[in-house]
Design a protein around this ligand. Sequence first.
Ligand SMILES: [Zn+2]
Length: 406
Amino acid sequence: MSKTLCQTCGDVEVRKFLSLGQQPSFHFPANREEAENERLWPLELGFCEQCSLVQVLESVSERILFSGDYHHLAGLTAGYHEHLQGLADTLAGLFDSTDGRSVVEFGSNDGSLLDKLAARSFDVLGVDPVGQVTAAGSQVVKDYFSSTVGAELAATRGKTDLVVALNVFAHVTNLHDVLDGVTSLLKDDGLFVTESHYLVDLLETLQYDFAYHEHSRYYSVTALDEAFRRHGLETVKIERIPTHGGSIRVYAGFAGAHEVDQSVIELRELEDSLKLRDSMIYTRFAERVEQHREKLNELVRFLKNSGARVAAASAPGRAVTMLNYCGLGPDDIDVVSEISPRKIGKLFPGTHIPIISQQELAGDNQPEYALLMSWHIADEVITNLRNEGFRGTLIEPLPEPRILER
Ligand SMILES: [Zn+2]
């Protein structure tokens, strides 16, 4: 395979530390024939010794993934809406008054945050390839955010107080082009606010399942600092937040424009102490991932041998990575349950386990066990399953396979 360069540093080769085998894309085959023609890609992770960015070595063009049957919009949970309410309040709290203050959000998805910001008197604009009008009528430019789009918006609408991007840094094709767009759009004293899955949390809680093709990069503060530095930006404040099993909300501004908060210094110190630029932590992670595959297989095999049926509850992207990496197919997992009508009745990517509705899972013929594939929001999922009437025993697959007593 050709060598992969760090997407932040550009000229530094990424060192491979983990192979997650052959993986499908996040597309649900409608029938056997489609399943047989499914394409697989090797999924491998590497890290950069200069900036500690962790990234997928082979990535699929985002345009392929965004086209057709893309399920991103289906996924906003109640917990995430609450999270966005909190973020909207926090952003409003940055100003004495939000009147006349402007926000551009790229990767604005269904516009949930835009509408919440508009309700707090911000002047809002979204940029998203889906480009739909939001529920409350906030305007969205149908495009991928780029240096061109940023410069055009600055010229036609003026510069903005805030640029916001949630969970898009992981999968933008050209990070530096996007950051060029941010710097041309941001006012001199403006703030760029991003949320990204945090590498330290990912390593600590063994979240290899979050590596899927749409999400090809995993950031530390060290890596973000390096990316920002190249564009005259600096990190000024960081909050650790629970999204996705551990994320960071990072505020950046033009270098010298804002006072740097203690939170930035603390997380840089934490990362230095973990030695995120040395291979040791990644080698250890890869060993733990392999052990996890063995443990999960042992547990499922034990349950199946005892005559029980085992389901997997929900089919987010991370479930695709885990079940395919662990080699768990229809002989191991009887069914996968879902609430999205776009997945029900189809086959699970790669392993081709039939997908049934959550109602059916909780119906007359219930399996005895269910693996919680959205384990990072376990409380919300467990409440849903119990409310639906599912009485089986629940298993949390990560960080350790664990049978729950609730
Ligand atoms: Zn790098």
